[in-house]
Design a protein around this ligand. Structure first.
Ligand code: BGC
Length: 355
């Protein structure tokens, strides 16, 4: 089954905790797409941790194991002529593939808004990921990245998720006469910090809340021109932000935010947490939302427009600042270290070029 030149890949058994292993898999099948890519790097995120813990993830139909990884960066090794991509170019694979029906959203390129749940996601849901030395992708689902970004190109996928969140926040702000100005981001992980970056690029007054009072995060926020907060979240009620980008997924944080909705404010929920039963006064919540013209909405994934917006945001960002988001680069052989959380981690990257 495995060709003469096997491909090493990180695979997991969905639903089984700590089943991740590095193994030889066959050459990526031609059906996966016309572009053959040599992987440069793979970012690790909260979704990967959930999959490795056995809480999430689905193998492709007819297969037991799933190749992990959805935050890709690779170099084109083979591409058909006139496909829009040339050998040597740096590319990132789009995570979600439209459902085959397709639903009205997927039929029009808005697969990030899939309406029937039959979409697939590389490395997450029903489709192998990019955590292999080589992968294939169709030109329609590949995005070019400026090679000058180097390994920072691996930040394109998480930035696309944030670009979508911002696209929707822009559309949801309901006060016609004045734009939103104050942003509060909760959670200074990669999504929160990239959300803060895009907020700063849009001219917002940026505030970031995180439970860590030390480490690299306070300086990263300050260097965006933002204000860093830790300690009691309730103290931030006085801030009355126009926009809250919630990136922790932590019930206590969300509960605090939902109890202090400022007039006209928009709360964008962008973090996924584990289900947790707790008492929630729906009557009080309703009162708070109605009497404040409040908006709460959720967002996930990204479509091609968002990848383009993300590429633009990364191009405009300070490279040294972006580089500080990557706190660990781990060679493929030590991939288990990358999948194990460490204090001080922001973005951990598996480096496929490092021996
Ligand atoms: C990915 C998204 C995906 C989501 C849910 C996130 O980590 O970045 O592309 O839609 O997980 O599976």
């Amino acid at each position: 089954m495995i060709g003469a030149d096997p491909v090493r890949a990180i695979t997991i058994l969905p639903g089984v905790a700590n089943s991740a292993r590095l193994e030889d898999v066959p050459e990526p099948p031609k059906d996966d797409g016309a572009i053959l890519v040599d992987t440069i790097a793979l970012g690790v995120c909260g979704t990967d941790h959930e999959i490795v813990a056995g809480h999430y993830g689905e193998a492709p139909d007819g297969q037991k194991r799933l190749i992990l990884g959805h935050e890709s960066l690779g170099r084109v090794r083979e591409a058909p002529s006139r496909c829009g991509f040339a050998v040597g170019e740096h590319i990132v694979g789009i995570v979600r593939q439209p459902d085959p029906v397709p639903c009205p959203a997927c039929a029009t390129g808005e697969w990030d808004m899939c309406r029937n749940g039959l979409y697939t996601e590389h490395g997450i849901k029903g489709r192998n990921g990019f955590g292999a030395e080589r992968f294939r992708i169709a030109p329609d689902f590949a995005v070019k990245v400026d090679p000058a970004l180097g390994i920072l190109g691996v930040l394109l996928e998480p930035t696309s998720v944030v670009a979508k969140a911002w696209d929707h926040c822009d559309r949801v702000w309901r006060l016609k006469s004045a734009p939103a100005r104050t942003l509060l981001v909760t959670g200074a992980g990669p999504i929160g910090l990239l959300g803060a970056l895009l907020g700063a690029q849009r001219g917002y007054e940026v505030h970031v809340y995180d439970h860590n009072a030390s480490g690299p995060k306070p300086a990263l926020v300050r260097d965006l021109g933002g204000i860093y907060h830790s300690g009691e979240l309730d103290e931030l009620a006085a801030l009355a932000p126009d926009l809250v980008m919630e990136c922790t997924g932590v019930p206590q944080v969300i509960a605090a935010l939902l109890s202090h909705v400022a007039a006209d404010s928009v709360i964008c929920l962008a973090g996924v947490g584990a289900p947790a039963k707790r008492e929630f006064d729906i009557g009080a919540f309703n009162r708070m939302m109605v009497l404040n013209n409040g908006t709460v909405f959720g967002t996930v994934n990204a479509n091609r427009r968002h990848y383009a917006a993300a590429a633009d945001a990364l191009a405009r960002a300070d490279r040294d600042w972006l580089a500080r988001l990557i706190t660990r680069r781990v060679p493929l052989d030590n991939f288990t270290d990358a999948l194990t959380k460490q204090k001080g981690d922001i973005k951990v990257v598996i480096d496929f070029a490092q021996a």
